[in-house]
Design a protein around this ligand. Structure first.
Ligand SMILES: *Cc1c(COP(=O)(O)O)cnc(C)c1O
Length: 222
């Protein structure tokens, strides 16, 4: 079941990359495993996936002891991070994609050392939705400077979550804006695109797509 879904996702990625003159290897597929048990991560790893996205520090803290044999796995925090959980998050994750303020950046920097640099992305809020976190595009430049001045953080790029829609084309303007913002700020990674719209994201330059439902099926409501 998982391998069939993975094959379908891979086919969609390859076609989108080919359409837009991009290489498959320039797009990292992040398997989003929130609400799924550790065995789902192990199954995905055995099928060849190496990048995993989790939303909740505490949920992932419970799974990680079961995953220590997955030596090549990279775990990305893609959910909002409260600064009081920053130490735990720094212990658990290789990449934190949801930096949205300077205080959080400084805290994470304190938990690392120059030979244990933490990879980070800035979460950009492109739509005015109350439930969404992220830094406003106008404030992103100052946050980029603040993150770059922290010796123990490495800024990979930007991530965003457009308003949820079943119409993938509705996400395109957000993906375009994230790419343009990245060009302006001189960052390279673009984490954008989920099960419903990742082909459009790839067409617009996504370097990381975050895919849950298309790989694992629908989640039970928490
Ligand atoms: C849950 C989640 C995803 C995956 O969404 P699907 O629609 O299941 O692919 C991607 N990114 C973030 C930030 C998420 O919270």
């Amino acid at each position: 079941m998982f391998r069939q879904r993975l094959a379908q996702v891979e086919d969609r990625i390859e076609k989108a990359a080919a359409r837009s003159g991009r290489l498959r290897r320039d797009v990292t597929l992040i398997a989003v495993t929130k609400t799924f048990p550790a065995v789902s991560i192990i199954e995905a790893y055995e099928a060849g996936l190496r990048d995993f996205g989790e939303n909740y520090v505490q949920e992932f803290d419970q799974k990680l002891p079961l995953l220590s044999h997955l030596t090549e796995a990279r775990f990305h925090l893609i959910g909002h991070l409260q600064s009081n959980k920053s130490r735990k998050a720094s212990d658990l994750f290789q990449t934190i994609q949801t930096i949205d303020d300077q205080k959080l950046a400084r805290r994470l920097n304190e938990h690392r050392t120059p030979d244990q640099v933490l990879d980070v992305m800035l979460e950009i809020k492109l739509a005015e939705e109350e439930s969404k976190h992220g830094v406003a595009p106008e404030a992103a430049g100052a946050l980029v400077d603040a993150v770059r001045s922290q010796p123990n953080l490495r800024l990979l790029g930007l991530m965003t979550i457009p308003p949820w829609t079943t119409d993938a084309e509705a996400s395109r303007p957000y993906f375009v804006r994230l790419r343009e913002l990245g060009e302006k700020l001189g960052t390279s990674a673009l984490s954008m695109g989920m099960s419903n719209d990742f082909e459009v994201a790839i067409e617009e330059g996504a370097t990381h797509i975050r895919v849950g439902t298309a790989l694992f099926g629908s989640r039970k409501r928490p």
